[in-house]
Write a new protein. Structure first.
Length: 181
């Protein structure tokens, strides 16, 4: 009888571990899918929008485009300022990025090599100048991977020289990258 006393608690622990594992895996997929988002006005987004248009109901699949269909507008992409983020004070934050200008607006783009191994609860992306003045752009979507953040139209990005990864809750900067124009 004493053997069976441990079966119920062990079974409950196994079930809880499995549930936690499933949650972690599904959350990881959600973060990965949400963090690699397209920037409006770029070729990938425009192609996706074109594919989502009306389906072909004519019965043939190789119809040439109608002469009345205007061509898709090309995105207005300026030379993208770039930056490389490095951790400060021994913090492990690294990766590259750029500031992208399209017909839809301006975006900060963290590339797939971006990673932050800090356990900060509230990491955010900021633009900052040489005097330490910062303006918050958005909360990080994931601790690593490609991510896009819209820059509000009210912000003049020419005034800012750095991209910061900063924990708002701890008021601590974890990484900084100088914008190279």
């Amino acid at each position: 009888m004493k053997k069976y006393v441990y079966i119920v608690p062990i079974t409950l622990v196994i079930i809880l571990l499995c549930a936690a594992g499933l949650y972690y895996v599904s959350y990881g997929r959600k973060v990965a899918n949400d963090s690699i988002d397209a920037i409006p006005g770029t070729p990938v987004t425009m192609m996706t929008q074109e594919l989502a248009m009306e389906p072909d109901t004519s019965g043939t699949q190789n119809n040439p485009p109608s002469p009345t269909t205007p061509p898709s507008p090309e995105p207005v992409v300026a030379k993208n300022p770039t930056f490389t983020i490095a951790g400060i004070s021994g913090r492990k934050v690294s990766g590259s990025g750029s500031i992208i200008t399209t017909s839809e607006g301006k975006f900060i783009r963290l590339e797939a090599d971006f990673t932050s191994s800090t356990a900060a609860p509230d990491n955010r992306v900021y633009l900052g100048d040489a005097n330490g003045h910062q303006v918050e752009i958005a909360k990080l979507k994931a601790p690593s991977g490609a991510q896009n953040f819209a820059i509000p139209n009210t912000i003049d990005i020419s005034k800012y020289t750095h991209v910061w990864i900063h924990c708002k809750a701890y008021n601590t900067t974890y990484g900084v990258g100088e914008i190279i124009r």
